[in-house]
Write a protein that binds this ligand. Structure first.
Ligand SMILES: [Zn+2]
Ligand SMILES: [Zn+2]
Length: 520
């Protein structure tokens, strides 16, 4: 008799033919050229066709279900952008067209198309690329607006939140994953960290190559706030996450490091060493942040944790592999499995005389346990290995993170304050979208997003100005390198001390030399 997973796999194989293409495939171009080959490889955590079901005692089934529902809602919302626009394109172009197009879009997507563009379509034709970008941006904003409801079911199930991080002895958990879209579900999915936590900072960079000066300034601000309020015990933890692909190691790994896993890991380690060195020499020995190096297999969402060495420096020698732990503890009752994880972390730490505190080891133990749920999530919902191993991002976000949007492969995120400093990350993103979108005649939608604090006078205006500056910088940098008008922009700001979230400052989607914009 087939197990539950096997039954579901059989169903999914039949169903998946229509929907396994990356975002943007259906409008134009040859779909076959980008259809990914299905890689069949054993899952290191569990035998999918073995006698023992892949159901681990430490896995939170309810949480997995809630996350899957959330993923399905976002997937459907972003998929329906293309389907709706294809339907709009098929409508007869008579005098009823604008009204019909609006009605269709409202019914299927829940928002409208820019009326001006529809009105002019009889003479200018329909600018589908502009409409496509506009609808994607609207879908992002709808997701942000509905995040409190749509994320509610899983947000409270996140084990690693402000309280837990504080219990481990940290006031800040500063996380830098790669900007790669496959890592943008990192917090709630892979690590089960509440993305709304005050103590969590998420700053993605191509190749996890974070900006040391910006990190130093974040460290200074956070430490100062602690000291001013006379809280002295807690520390700052910096975590860098490199990634690799176990199915296609030389092809689907980190683009910023030529898909070389070793290079990606040592680059992350070097950055962490430099940050610790910088803090120690600027402020005093022993003050450098605690560090942690994580590796992520983006095919399985399984993590590997490298503990710091005896001096607290990052090291690639010791690693605890979550997939291996899953296999070792499958079938154990909860208490026994927990004890096993703790022993594995202790053993790994002892083997290099790691200086990791009890709090850091507790956090690592929890990260591994949390990741067991994600490993099983991929087994239950994605046949144990994502069907789409490579890039499938639909837009680029530059600036500050969008906490309200958490999903693997939805967008490429490059954290930056100025384009001059963040240009390398945007270059990697544009290279990805050259293959993903431009090669098929699709535009590159870029959302520029900055946080501001409304309690600080003039902060919103400055954030809006910075959005425009970054957009103009990107336009100038890629002028002549991408087709005219192929870059579409939405500029947004979010208030970190108030309610405003992803508020649209302006959209620049219309194809024209002047990059004409209209106010929302
Ligand atoms: Zn990468
Ligand atoms: Zn910043």
């Amino acid at each position: 008799m087939l197990s539950r997973v096997q039954q579901r796999q059989a169903q999914r194989r039949v169903r998946s033919h229509a929907s396994h293409l990356p975002g943007g495939t259906l409008l134009r171009g040859c779909a076959d050229a980008v259809t990914p080959a299905r890689v069949v490889m054993a899952n290191p955590a569990c035998d999918l066709d073995g006698r023992q079901p892949c159901e681990h005692a430490l896995v939170d089934g309810g949480l997995n279900k809630a996350l899957y529902d959330y993923e399905a809602v976002l997937q459907a919302r972003f998929d329906s952008v293309e389907q709706t626009l294809q339907a709009v394109a098929r409508l007869p172009r008579d005098e009823t067209f604008p009204a019909q197009a609006q009605q269709l879009t409202r019914a299927r997507l829940g928002f409208e198309l820019p009326a001006e563009m529809l009105k002019r379509s009889w003479i200018e034709g329909l600018d589908m690329a502009a409409l496509y970008a506009h609808c994607l941006f609207e879908a992002v904003r709808v997701s942000a607006k509905q995040a409190p409801q749509e994320q509610d079911d899983w947000l409270h199930g996140m084990v690693i939140d402000d309280e837990f991080i504080a219990e481990c002895g940290y006031h800040t958990l500063d996380i830098t994953p790669c900007a790669d879209g496959r890592l943008q579900g990192l917090l709630p999915f892979v690590l089960r960290i509440a993305p709304t936590s005050e103590s969590v900072l998420l700053k993605a960079y191509a190749g996890a190559l974070f900006d040391i000066d910006l990190d130093l300034s974040d460290w200074t601000q956070r430490e100062l706030a602690q000291r001013l309020s006379a809280r002295l015990g807690a520390r700052y933890l910096k975590m860098a996450v490199y990634h690799y692909s176990s199915s296609a190691p030389s092809k689907e790994g980190c683009a910023a490091h030529g898909s070389d896993e070793g290079a990606a890991r040592s680059a992350a380690i070097t950055r962490l060493e430099q940050l610790r060195y910088g803090v120690a020499h600027a402020f005093g020995a022993g003050l450098g942040p605690d560090i942690l190096v994580l590796g992520l297999d983006t095919d399985l969402d399984a993590i590997r944790v490298h503990l710091p060495d005896a001096q607290g420096e990052p090291s690639e020698a010791v690693a605890v592999e979550a997939a291996q732990i899953y296999r070792e503890t499958l079938g154990m009752p909860v208490a026994q499995a927990r004890a096993h994880i703790m022993q594995s972390v202790d053993r790994a730490a002892a083997s290099v005389g790691s200086s990791a505190s009890a709090g850091l080891k507790r956090l690592v133990t929890q990260l591994i346990e949390a990741n067991l749920s994600q490993i099983e999530y991929v087994i239950q919902h994605h046949e144990g290995r994502y069907a789409h191993l490579g890039h499938g991002e639909r837009f680029i976000c530059v600036g500050d993170s969008i906490d309200e949007l958490q999903m693997r492969n939805l967008y490429y995120f490059a954290h930056l304050d100025t384009l001059e400093e963040g240009a390398a990350c945007v270059d990697v993103g544009l290279n990805i979208f050259e293959k993903l979108n431009l090669s098929r005649g699709f535009p590159v939608p870029i959302m520029v997003h900055f946080h501001y604090a409304s309690v600080i006078p003039g902060a919103r205006e400055r954030a809006a100005e910075r959005c425009k500056r970054v957009m103009r910088g990107i336009q100038a940098r890629y002028a002549g390198r991408v087709p005219d008008g192929a870059l579409k922009f939405a500029l947004c700001v979010s208030d970190v001390t108030g309610a405003e979230s992803l508020c649209l400052i302006g959209e620049y989607c219309v194809r024209s030399v002047r990059q004409e914009g209209y106010d929302a």
